[in-house]
Design a protein around this ligand. Sequence first.
Ligand code: NAP
Ligand code: F7E
Length: 338
Amino acid sequence: MRRALITGITGQDGSYLAELLLSQPDYEVHGLVRRSSSLNRQRIDHLAARDASTRERFHLHYADLADASSLSMVMHQVRPDEVYNLGAQSHVRVSFDQPEYTVDVVALGALRLLDATRQLARTQPVKFYQASSSEMYGSAPPPQGLDTPFHPRSPYACAKVYAHWQTINYREAYGLFACSGILFNHESPRRGESFVTRKVTLGAARIKEGLQKKLVMGNLDARRDWGFAGDYVQAMWLMLQQDRPDDYVVATGETHSVRELLELAFSSLELDYRDFVEFDPRYTRPSEVEVLLGDATKARTVLGWKPQIDFRGLVQMMIESDLELARRERFARTYSRP
Ligand code: NAP
Ligand code: F7E
């Protein structure tokens, strides 16, 4: 059995990665979960409820990236062959409101986990994946690739730059098999509801079902390179299956504006977004990242990776899923009236 340890397993990417690994019968998956007053395991509940063989290979442990001793303890208990660091306060806008907390979890959290991994590497081989982000490029002109200098534009992005370089430093200083995957935006029906793609697809679906009248948004001119999360976790796994550790950009190579996203999502429901969308500066950022467009040539040539789902397919998948959710909500409201 190969043992994988995933931080951020309750998040979008963690849930897809756990699924991918558990679909291979020789993987045991261990995930870190944080204590919270109400359970937030909706994205992984289906894994725990699967057949007995999957259940036996799926384990959760309480720990926190802000707590080094909890990380060492889990590392010591699990003794993983592969560590995937996906845990983060991952919301860029929120990072301006909570800069110190964001840096603690995203930057120092990565350092704590790298160091716990280095301790384990003294006694057994272990590989490390760091979830780096296209936000690190910030205002660097597109297209952005491995040779593009970083120009981060938020506390979140600054913290990711630190974690990226610390990952490279642990590789160079200690010979750790450590990879940094610079992933451009990736989305899915499991995307958190406050990120723009999900906010738009859920909002459009709820408007269609009469559950909501308006959608209040920020900067509609920002452009992103949006892919499907299920495709991107495949790239993470491939990085750790190579003979040597390295860094990669993962992206679709297409960019679209938030306005195009609105047009596509609303028109697929026969609605005109201009009738429903309002602007509120609350949803803008003190410093914005205007255009992201990734160059994933190395991931394509070395890993043999390429995205299976394009922008149109992604929006359609998310709209279908959110329409189903909205219909259920409307049904529950209709039939729960006294
Ligand atoms: P996400 O849905 O926001 O999930 C974040 C995960 O991190 C959740 O499981 C969360 O746990 C966990 N977490 C938060 N604070 C933690 C802490 N103090 N200790 C341990 N775990 C903590 O994010 P995602 O979209 O799956 O992204 C996964 C990773 O890739 C993140 O590091 C993100 O920054 C990075 N990334 C994402 C994208 C993207 O487009 N999605 C692109 C590039 C890089 P709770 O459920 O308890 O909150
Ligand atoms: O914003 C604009 C907003 O919050 C995308 C994280 O996963 O990807 C994500 O970060 C764009 C921005 O994602 C609203 O100003 C307009 O320009 O969906 P987002 P993000 O900031 O790109 C990167 C790669 C990560 O690493 C992060 O962890 O959309 N925008 N109006 C809006 N954004 C939001 N959230 N809400 C709006 O109403």
